[in-house]
Design a protein around this ligand. Sequence first.
Ligand SMILES: Nc1ncnc2c1ncn2[C@@H]1O[C@H](COP(=O)(O)OP(=O)(O)OP(=O)(O)O)[C@@H](O)[C@H]1O
Ligand SMILES: O=C(O)c1ccc[n+]([C@@H]2O[C@H](COP(=O)([O-])O)[C@@H](O)[C@H]2O)c1
Length: 194
Amino acid sequence: MKKVGLYFGTFNPIHIGHLIIANHMVEFSNLDEVWFVVTPQSPFKTKKTLLADNHRYQMVYEATKDYPRLKPSKIEFGLPQPNYTVNTLVHLREKYGPDHEFALIMGEDNLKSLHKWKNYEVILSDYNLYVYPRISEGQVDHQFKGHAKIHSVSAPIMEISSTFIRKNHKEGKNIRPLLPDTVWKYMDEMNFYR
Ligand SMILES: Nc1ncnc2c1ncn2[C@@H]1O[C@H](COP(=O)(O)OP(=O)(O)OP(=O)(O)O)[C@@H](O)[C@H]1O
Ligand SMILES: O=C(O)c1ccc[n+]([C@@H]2O[C@H](COP(=O)([O-])O)[C@@H](O)[C@H]2O)c1
């Protein structure tokens, strides 16, 4: 049985904050692997500054290629949009069967809005959630406090965002240390976010 933590995101682009969290999860929890699930269209976000799915996937591939336990996933490509996580989980179960056990990885910021996700009760009854700390406004819903399926993992806090990277790269600032070097090179070569 392989335990896989699913880290969902738009990854526009993936940055070292994402990578540090995923690596922390494989090193300090019971997960065997973390899969970065590249979401074509997140339910609560607009598509305005979104790079093509394959380009975002390629950057995740570049970021993870030297980490055998971190993998990029295209599982949501071709599924109906916007991509509701509950639908993807059903699809993964059908595809991988009982020798894979899937769990979700999310920041505390996302836990605060989990009650707005499609069929969140179904997700919580069937899957474990690994939650890492994040500086954010608001409160965790009382129904999630002390929940048997929700596990806190004390990963480091890094306030880096893809929005900050896109904006400042466009303005000519050097954002290179915020990306894995392979990702920076690919992004630069391809003239992304200029
Ligand atoms: N610096 C960070 N540390 C930990 N988690 C992060 C960090 N940045 C983003 N995340 C989380 O990683 C997941 C994937 O990130 P995603 O690319 O979808 O969003 P984002 O970084 O907020 O992007 P954007 O700035 O483009 O809105 C999300 O759940 C997001 O909350
Ligand atoms: O299923 C839902 O209703 C749902 C609602 C909001 C977000 N999500 C998932 O959470 C991931 C991170 O969300 P976001 O908006 O913080 O980028 C996103 O890629 C989706 O896979 C899922």
